[in-house]
Design a protein around this ligand. Structure first.
Ligand code: ADP
Length: 354
């Protein structure tokens, strides 16, 4: 059994006819040492799920196990977890040292043990020089480090992170993201991290659970999520610019997209087809019969995004910064078989190529 095990975990807010189900039977086995990210749009239930693991939300059905112990009925303080929130909730009148050691003091650790653990955590987080300051004398990033320090000193079995970086500006977010990754690599403590940010999910997660409407749509490695998305929701949620989805039809010698025959093979199925292509896999190819007109050229620095209006609607491609494409140009587009994703247009599930 993993460090955390969720079995058919189900939750509704309210009761009786007014009950609103927000978590619909989630199953997950999280092995020891894994860094799992739960990602999804606002309201999909990710914080609720994390709070259920923490013991902050009761639930109606299913089981949660931490380190081999069923914890359904255990108080948060008995679960051997430490949580880091976006709201750091540091005590303003205490120093950094006091804030970091407070939880241990409440648990009646002796002073020497507290001092040692605080010193170790401060060294890991490189905040030794801040130990005697109060929260108001710290920057946002430093406060976030203290909040993490407070969690580290407990040496828990599991870290739970609830959008810990959303209050920070973009540059600091990237720095702290790397810091959290380093912290996990150094400590090896099983971590569950909730975010709505797909880049955080891809960069931090050893596995990612993509949620929508209280249901885990796919649980997989970043590579699986990006390269074999289970459905159109996952395919378009992860990746920026988003994956192009084009209605397609099987033909005798290929696949037709808006009446143009492309040299592609769709999986054997009678389902109505959607062809998915990531922007980096749409190629500009003069000789291609699949035509369109460039409508927008967006340089981003390293890459340029080009939007081409086609008979199937706009298709976005990502090209190098040196692209010659200009609005108004007529261009040909192409896709390689290896980079074509196929979905059932009815169920929106991935069709597997045999
Ligand atoms: P997320 O973290 O993905 O933004 P939440 O877990 O906070 O989503 O919320 C999931 C759903 O549960 C949302 O539809 C939200 O409105 C609802 N919800 C959250 N908390 C409560 C509550 N205390 N009472 C009723 N509904 C709630």
């Amino acid at each position: 059994m993993g460090a955390i095990s969720l079995r058919n975990v189900t939750k509704a807010y309210g009761s009786g006819p007014k009950a609103v189900k927000v978590i619909h039977g989630v199953d997950a086995e999280i092995p020891d040492g894994e860094f799992i990210v739960i990602v999804g749009p606002s309201g999909c239930g990710k914080s609720t799920l994390l709070r259920m693991v923490a013991g902050l939300e009761a639930f109606q059905q299913g089981e949660i196990h931490i380190a081999g112990r069923k914890v359904n009925d255990l108080h948060p303080s008995e679960r051997d977890i430490a949580m880091v929130f976006q709201d750091y909730a540091l005590y303003p009148h205490m120093t950094v040292r006091g804030n970091m050691g407070f939880g241990l003091k409440m648990r009646k650790h002796d002073a020497a043990d507290i001092a040692r653990r605080v010193a170790d955590a401060a060294a890991i987080l490189q905040i030794e020089h801040l130990l005697d300051r109060r929260p108001r004398e710290l920057s946002g990033g430093q406060r976030q480090r203290v909040a993490m320090g407070r969690a580290i000193v407990r040496n828990p079995k599991v870290f739970l992170f609830d959008e810990p970086l959303s209050n920070l500006d973009a540059k600091l977010r990237v720095e702290m993201r790397a810091e959290i990754k380093r912290l996990h690599q150094a400590s090896g403590i099983t971590s569950v991290y909730v975010t709505h940010d797909q880049v955080e999910a891809m960069t931090l997660g050893s596995r990612i659970a993509v949620m929508k409407g209280g249901v885990v749509q796919q649980l997989g490695t970043p590579d699986e999520i990006y390269n074999q998305p289970a459905n159109t929701y996952v395919a378009t949620f992860i990746g920026s610019p988003t994956m192009n989805l084009l209605p397609a039809e099987r033909a005798v010698a290929g696949v037709q997209v808006a009446g143009t025959l492309l040299d592609l093979t769709a999986p054997p199925s009678n389902a109505p087809l959607l062809l998915g292509v990531r922007p980096e896999h749409v190629l500009l190819q003069d000789s291609s019969p699949w035509r369109g007109q460039v409508s927008v050229v967006e340089p981003t620095g390293p890459d340029t995004y080009v939007v081409v209006d086609t008979a199937s609607g706009p298709v976005t491609l990502r090209t190098g910064a040196q692209t010659q494409a200009r609005p108004g140009d007529r261009v040909g587009l192409a896709v390689e078989q290896a980079h074509a994703h196929w979905f059932d247009a009815g169920t929106e599930s991935r069709l597997v190529t045999s």
